[in-house]
Design a protein around this ligand. Structure first.
Ligand SMILES: CC(C)(COP(=O)(O)OP(=O)(O)OC[C@H]1O[C@@H](n2cnc3c(N)ncnc32)[C@H](O)[C@@H]1OP(=O)(O)O)[C@@H](O)C(=O)NCCC(=O)NCCS
Length: 158
């Protein structure tokens, strides 16, 4: 297994991995369960756009995991040099490759990058409905600081 920095040619693969891995743990999927497909775009279309934002926002903070020459996971991060806070934006490993330490290696790569960028703290968000993340992050040393509720309602014509 190899951890390396992001390349342009990884873009579609990262979007695909996102569409697969966030099944069951996506705010947009929760919304779709309540209201159906909105504007002809499903939850995967919306979630995959996070990768577009990650690349536009900080491509240097994206690391991918390769197994036998294929990208099987990634992590994206941002570094706020004024506040010295780093942020893990998106993080996923394909189901067939999970529980083998790849996620841990990706997290370490992101932490190394953020430290090298001068960050003093790192933040991450996880949904309550994501049991892997909510167990894994405290074990890494993250401490819970707040819980948030996401609300949605349709804007019916006035
Ligand atoms: C979170 C994720 C990236 C971890 O990747 P991974 O390669 O499995 O990570 P690791 O193998 O290093 O395992 C990390 C921890 O998660 C646990 N874990 C991973 N997959 C698991 C599963 N399917 N069931 C239960 N625990 C699991 C491991 O046991 C490990 O905990 P441990 O160190 O105490 O043993 C991966 O599970 C994933 O893509 N999940 C879906 C997307 C997601 O939740 N992203 C994060 C959003 S906040």
């Amino acid at each position: 297994m190899l951890i390396r920095t992001y390349r342009d040619s990884d873009f579609e693969t990262l979007r695909e991995i996102t569409g697969i891995c966030f099944d069951g743990i996506s705010i947009d999927q929760n919304i779709e369960r309540l209201y159906g497909v909105i504007a002809g775009k499903d939850w995967r279309w919306r979630k995959k756009r996070h990768i577009d934002a990650d690349v536009a926002g900080n491509r240097d903070g994206i690391f991918v995991a390769e197994v036998a020459g294929k990208v099987v996971g990634f992590i994206s991060s941002r570094a706020d040099r004024e506040s010295r806070f780093g942020w893990i934006a998106n993080f996923a490993v394909l189901p067939g490759h999970q529980k083998k330490g790849i996620g841990t290696r990706l997290i370490e790569a992101a932490f190394d990058y953020l430290r090298a960028e001068g960050m003093e703290y790192v933040r991450i968000e996880a949904l309550d409905q994501n049991p892997i993340a909510t167990r894994f992050y405290p074990r890494l040393g993250f401490r819970a600081v707040a819980r948030q509720i996401h609300y949605v309602m349709p804007l019916s014509p006035a």
